[in-house]
Design a protein around this ligand. Structure first.
Ligand code: A3P
Length: 310
């Protein structure tokens, strides 16, 4: 083989080994990262117990923020205790799989005694049956789709295990067609909404949390059966502002290595705002999106707000 061809082959091999981005495969029609699909039978058999709490969201809805609030409530606002490990170690990500046992949800959960706080992005139909059989409480957080897709776009650019997002316009189309990881945003938010009366689900909105964090902290604590004093609520609000969490290495995902999160591209704690979407949607994209949104949500209207002035 000539020297040039040998060099090109070497470059190709390097690219292959350095590219950690995974394709999406499907579980019952829901696109998920390949490693998750490969071990999904293990996730389906997961044994939840009565006191376990599930925090469920479509990606980028404010999961990490909610996790931090819940951890502070359950640990009586003991700041030190809530810094006992990074978010994904304290509250494992159910379906996430990784050779790193700290990142792999099942590996961590199997070693933790219940009651556990567990994160998932699974749509309701893929949540392991044991959560429903045990009557577990579920906190679902939803965020308006325009801010969600913008946040997801930046996340997919910086998270080197997610599929390459490509250009914004194409990404937005994929979101509308339900082709991104964890599937259709529309089906996700509607699935939990429809079941919130039948199952033990507290349905929250990111926009409400931004508008009045204290009110939503109280709702969460009451759902968890705790009555908090005003001082405690204020302390939780203060510890979970966007700025406070940016500065908290146990809540800002700085523990994830740069080989996975490329922070030169974007930060995990990016903006934390309601209404960033007009900086990304063109007026034409917005018009198409609006029409599609109203069609998709017609059977299950959910009061989403796209700005805090609505
Ligand atoms: P942006 O990309 O719009 O900034 P998740 O935890 O579900 O992945 O959601 C991440 C999104 O929630 C990001 O949105 C992130 O900045 C935002 N976020 C995280 N902590 C927050 C907080 N304390 N207050 C407001 N937004 C927060």
């Amino acid at each position: 083989m000539g020297l040039r061809r040998l060099f090109l082959k070497y470059l190709h091999e390097m690219e292959k080994t350095e590219n950690t981005r995974c394709p999406l495969l499907e579980v019952r029609g829901i696109p998920l990262p390949e490693p998750i699909v490969r071990h999904f039978s293990r996730v389906e058999k997961f044994q939840a117990f009565k006191g376990d709490l599930l925090i469920a969201t479509y990606p980028k809805a404010g999961t990490t923020w909610t996790q931090e609030i819940v951890d502070l409530i359950l640990n009586e606002v003991d700041e030190e205790k809530c810094r006992r490990g990074p978010t994904h170690v304290r509250m494992p990500f159910l379906e996430m799989t990784s050779p790193d046992p700290n990142i792999s949800g099942m590996a961590k959960l199997e070693k933790m005694d219940p009651p556990r706080v567990i994160k998932t992005h699974l749509p309701i139909q893929l949540v392991p049956q044991s959560f429903w059989d045990a009557g577990c409480k579920v906190i679902y957080v939803a965020r308006n789709p325009k801010d969600s897709v913008v946040s997801y776009f930046y996340f997919d650019r910086m998270n080197l295990t997610q599929p390459e997002p490509g250009p914004w316009g194409e990404y937005l189309e994929k979101f509308m067609k339900g082709q991104l990881g964890w599937g259709s945003w529309y089906d996700h938010v509607k699935g939990y909404w429809r079941e919130k009366q039948n199952k033990n689900i507290l349905y929250l909105f990111y926009e409400d949390m931004k508008e009045n964090s204290a009110r939503e902290v109280i709702r969460i604590s009451e759902f968890l059966g705790q009555h908090l004093s005003k001082d405690v609520v204020d302390k939780i609000v203060k510890l979970t502002t966007f700025a406070a969490m940016c500065d908290n290495p146990m809540a800002n995902y700085s523990a994830v290595p740069d080989t996975i999160f490329d922070r030169k591209v974007s930060q995990f704690m990016r903006k934390g705002e309601v209404g960033d979407w007009p900086n990304h949607f063109s007026p034409e994209e917005d018009a198409v999106f609006e029409e599609h949104y109203h069609k998709m949500m017609a059977d299950t209207p959910i009061p989403f707000r796209f700005s805090l002035s609505e």
